[in-house]
Ligand binder design. Structure first.
Ligand code: NAI
Length: 329
């Protein structure tokens, strides 16, 4: 199949090129993101391969369909960035990579927790400037702390297991509780409100949907413990960023570790060091010493990229050969 591969990054291209020696597709690597103005680059292709910050709106899908695109292959687990109703209307098939490494994302959430708690980001800069003072670097033991896991799917479960290994008391919340899993790590399911009220650390692992948008907002922040740590490796819009900034300013929120941001499209994955950013909310977040932001990199391990490349190419081959689509959305 001829594939228009949008938003190509240096970190992934070699994995796709190498694996494609087995799959024999024709891949057109495109640097631009898929937005209304770039959809025409897919002319002459059969399939569009899109990443997390491509905009698969109804209008973009209609344009792609008019060029003869038959398949949208998402190289992500999340599919909140595609208008599925329009895709279905047009008869466009959509496939995704439901699981590539829950360990990559869960371990990154833990990296954010440890960096914030032990102030590794500050210590790293200090020592490089030959400042060996420890003032202001006091952290806290994770042992015995209460950790709230919002969403106990593949990633949430791995994360919960790791935190239980630290000797934390793990509180779980999911609309589909898995009590057997809870028993294996001696954790317990609680209501969302209880999780907010009791947790020292809250980590988000639910998908972004209508009902989870702004799950963390001014009123849910009010229910949290003072000095709480919030970790988001899920999706940016799970948090109302303005409310988060307010909570940080009031010192209600003690720490925030964010791998995703609600307005990340066009900023994350890009080098903005020359142009600067014009997003005031993100700029404000960057001024807090107790906020650590990474640029949607939680998935970025060799194992995960290898799995993303393999599953994406296999998904496309299944479509080409009229085989049942294992990962249809
Ligand atoms: P999953 O589908 O295995 O688990 C999601 C869990 O959330 C399920 O247990 C489900 O029952 C629960 N859930 C859904 N809606 C809910 C609601 N309204 N209230 C309570 N629970 C609800 O998904 P997985 O693989 O664990 O991934 C979770 C999310 O992580 C993805 O949707 C994606 O947005 C994000 N992600 C982020 C990455 C990154 O690089 N930062 C990489 C991969 C995924």
């Amino acid at each position: 199949m001829k594939i228009a591969f949008y938003d190509t990054h240096k970190f992934e291209r070699p994995f796709f090129e190498k694996l494609n020696n087995e799959f024999h597709h024709e891949i057109i690597f495109l640097e631009p993101r898929l937005i209304p103005g770039t959809a025409s680059l897919a002319k002459g292709c059969d399939c569009v391969c899109a990443f997390v910050n491509d905009k698969l709106t109804g209008d973009v899908l209609k344009e792609l369909y008019s060029y003869g695109i038959k398949l949208i292959a998402l190289r992500s687990a999340g599919y909140n960035h595609i208008d599925l109703a329009v895709a279905r209307e047009l008869g466009l098939k959509v496939v995704r990579v439901p699981e590539y490494s829950p360990y990559a994302v869960a371990e990154h959430a833990v990296a954010l927790i440890l960096s914030l708690n032990r102030k590794i980001h500050k210590a790293y800069n200090r020592v490089r400037e030959e400042n060996f003072s420890l003032n202001g670097l006091v952290g806290f033991d994770l042992h015995m702390k209460k950790v709230g896991v919002v969403g106990t799917g593949k990633i949430g479960k791995v994360f919960a297991k790791i935190m239980s290994g630290f000797g934390c008391e793990v509180l779980l919340y999911d609309k589909m509780p898995d009590s057997y899993f809870a028993s294996t790590i001696k954790a317990r399911y609680v209501t969302f409100e209880q999780l907010l009220a009791f947790s020292d650390i809250i980590s988000l692992h639910v998908p972004l949907k209508m009902e989870t948008k702004y799950l963390i907002n001014e009123s849910t922040i009010d229910l949290m413990k003072d000095d709480v740590m919030i970790i988001n490796t899920g999706r940016g819009k799970l948090i109302d960023t303005k409310a988060l900034v307010k909570g940080l300013k009031k010192k209600k929120i003690g720490y925030a570790g964010l791998d995703v941001y609600e307005e990340e499209e066009g900023i994350f994955f890009e080098d903005m060091s020359e142009s600067g950013i014009d997003d005031d909310c993100l700029a404000r977040l960057l001024t807090f010493p107790n906020v650590l932001i990474t640029s949607h990199q939680a998935f970025l391990t060799e194992e995960a990229i290898q799995n993303i490349a393999f599953t994406t190419l296999k998904n496309i081959t299944e479509f080409e050969t009229n085989t049942t689509l294992t990962n249809e959305v």
